[in-house]
Structure formats: C-alpha cells, structure tokens
Design a protein around this ligand. Structure first.
Ligand code: FES
Ligand SMILES: [Fe+2]
Length: 368
C-alpha cells in the first residue's frame, strides 16, 4: 500500500513523470477548441509543455519548444496561430518539419541539417470530443488503457456536449493522487458535502457493498484498463428549467461518472450538464486543477447559456472547495510517520489503483 511519502517525495513524482505521465495516454482537452486550421491548445502535462494544433492533415501534438533555442512556439493557452517561433521567425509545416528559415545566410545549414530540424511530436488520439496525448515514442495500446466499451460510451456522450465551454485552471495544495482517490471514494460525499451535493443523491436505505472472498489486496489485482470505468449514482429528480432547451444524454435520473485513469473525473448530472476535472501534478504538494464545464447540446444555437454556465460553474467550485479543504489538510499531515491505510471492501477500486501503481510505477522502489 502507499505510505505518506508517496504523496510528499519529489523522487516519487520524478518516477511518476517517467513511468506514468510519460508512458500512458493523458487527457489533453476538448477538440471543440480545435476546429479551424491552426487552432491550438497549449498546456502542461505533468510539467511538460505540449501543444495540440489542428493542421490540414488532422491534429498535431508537439513539444512546445522551438528546436533553435528552446523558445515556446505558442505562448497563450488557446488560440489560432501558425507554427512560427516569435524569437527568430523559424516556421514549421503540417508535419512539424522546418519550413521557413529567415536570414538563412546567418546559419549556413546544409540541406541535410535543415531536414533534421523538426518539432518533437507526440501521439494524439481523439475519442469523440476528448483529446488524449501520449508523450512516449512508444505509446501503450489505447485499447489496453481504455476499454473499447468505455470509448464507445465517451463517443456517445460527446454527441451531447455543447460547444460553449467554461474552462478554468487553479492551483490546489495537495498531491494529484489524493484527488483521484477522493473521486473513487463515494463514501465521503455524505460527510464532506452534506448541503451541496448529498441532498441530491437518492440512495435507498443505508449504503452497503457485497463482501469479497479472501484478502482484499489479492482481489485488487488489476490491469491498466480496469482503472478507468463508468459509474452511475441515482439522484433525485430536480426541476431543471433548461431541460427542454437541450439534447439531454440518456433519460435516467443519474449522476454519471467516467473515471479515466490516471487523473480525470468526467461527470454529468442527469445528462443535462457535464464537467471534466483533471488533476495535473506540479510538485508533490501542488496540483493544477483543470475544470471544463458545458451543458448538454443546445437545440438552438441562438440560446444563450452564458449566465447558466457561470451559475453551474460557481456551484461546482463550491463543491470542489469542500473537498480541497480536506485534501489540503490531509496533505499537510502526511509524512514518513504515516501508517498504511486500512481499507475496506467498498474501497476495492482504490486498492486496484494502488496495486497497479505499486507494480508498474514504483516497481520495488521505496520513497526517500
Ligand atoms: S528560438 Fe525559435 S527561432 Fe530562435
Ligand atoms: Fe467530494
């Protein structure tokens, strides 16, 4: 099991960067922002500056660093701009190869040298409106990370996502893993969100789960694809004034979650509006919290949901704050003195996540 040091050690974050975030597929954004040629998203993935840009040939993902002197190619988080470095004007084509070289008489590159100059490309994959990037030159097979049935559901959901999106990134002072564990731990909801979230849940009787035969740790053996899965929780039927204005996803009174390992919680309240949270590590005790929110697709493009989006966004920020207070408190007391967690049956998804992580990312390494 994980100890306190796994959440506080810079060495462990180094291993995670190398063996987790640089190896498997990581959510990078919505292709809603990548519709026109040269539209791009620039962001960090576990520290690495990445651009995803629409070209004539599809999406191109590359390291946001000019091969000349390492200047970032794109400076804003979103925009529409060709691949030109602002420092000395080098430009790059649809494949990321050097295209334009102003003042060539200053460099005296041979043709062979010029042909070798290119942006460092990454693998990119779209599933419906969700875009994933893999920083490894040898990406893990996408299907071995996300079950094809889960991918099909993400595609179906994508058909219901509106193009008007509210996005925000803010810092939180805890390890990224604590948040992924928190969203898989539904038993915290009644205690941390007694007013904001719990009243909407429709649990009949006291919650319980069936017992598991034998030792939980052994039951927790998992493949990578087992760590990402959908869940539904019944919610009370709430009056929703904008229901008739959107193409709702499904017709169940559910809170839907699509948990995408390693660091995404994509969810929807009754298929009426959606939010995607991502926990991107900055340091062992600091995480960039990315949050995207949108309603279900508007029936009429002229419907203006700006005020509604702002409203649901502020409500969601309140719920996130309720979690963040506890997770920051937990982070601040973790250390080499921390004991091993004592987890019960309902926590099997967390045990699976820990076991896979220990075997794959730590692979026998003890934190220091
Ligand atoms: S650093 Fe990009 S052109 Fe010089
Ligand atoms: Fe919570």
């Amino acid at each position: 099991m994980l100890t306190g040091l796994h959440y506080t050690s810079p060495d462990i974050l180094g291993l995670e960067r190398e063996r987790l975030f640089s190896r498997i597929w990581i959510f990078a954004g919505f292709n809603t922002f990548l519709q026109q040629r040269n539209q791009y998203i620039a962001r960090r993935i576990a520290g690495v500056p990445v651009v995803i840009q629409r070209t004539r040939e599809g999406l191109l993902a590359y390291l946001n660093e000019c091969p000349h002197r390492m200047m970032p190619i794109q400076e804003e988080g979103f925009g529409t701009r060709s691949m030109v470095c602002a420092y000395h004007g080098w430009s790059f084509d649809e494949q990321g190869c050097l295209h334009g070289l102003p003042n060539p008489g200053l460099y005296h590159f041979t043709d062979t040298q010029k042909q070798a100059i290119r942006l460092r490309r990454f693998a990119v994959k779209e599933v419906g409106k969700l875009v994933f990037v893999c920083l490894s030159p040898e990406p893990v097979e996408f299907d071995s990370q996300f079950d094809p049935a889960l991918q099909a559901e993400l595609r179906r959901v994508s058909e219901h996502l509106d193009d008007q999106i509210i996005y925000s990134k803010f810092p939180v002072k805890y390890n990224w893993k604590l948040n992924m564990e928190n969203v898989k731990d539904w038993n915290h909801v009644q205690f941390l969100h007694p007013k904001t979230f719990f009243p909407a849940m429709d649990r009949k009787g006291g919650p319980s789960v069936p017992p598991v035969e034998g030792d939980l740790y052994h039951a927790g053996r998992a493949d990578l694809a087992d760590l990402s899965y959908p869940t539904v929780t019944p919610v009370k039927l709430l009056p929703n004034w904008f229901e008739s204005l959107v193409e709702r996803f499904g017709d169940e009174e559910y809170y839907y979650n699509w948990l995408l390992y390693p660091n995404v919680n994509f969810c929807s309240i009754r298929g009426m509006h959606f939010l995607l949270q991502q926990y991107d590590p900055v340091s062992p005790g600091q995480t960039d919290y990315h949050l995207w929110m949108m309603t279900a697709r508007r029936k009429e493009a002229t419907t203006d949901f700006t005020a509604l989006l702002r409203d649901i966004f502020l409500k969601e920020r309140n719920v996130i704050e309720e979690d963040a207070i506890f997770l920051e408190r937990m982070q601040s007391s973790l250390g080499e003195w921390s004991a091993l967690p004592r987890q019960g049956t309902y926590e099997l998804p967390l045990i699976r996540q820990h076991r896979w992580y220990i075997d794959t990312v730590l692979d026998g390494v003890r934190p220091s």
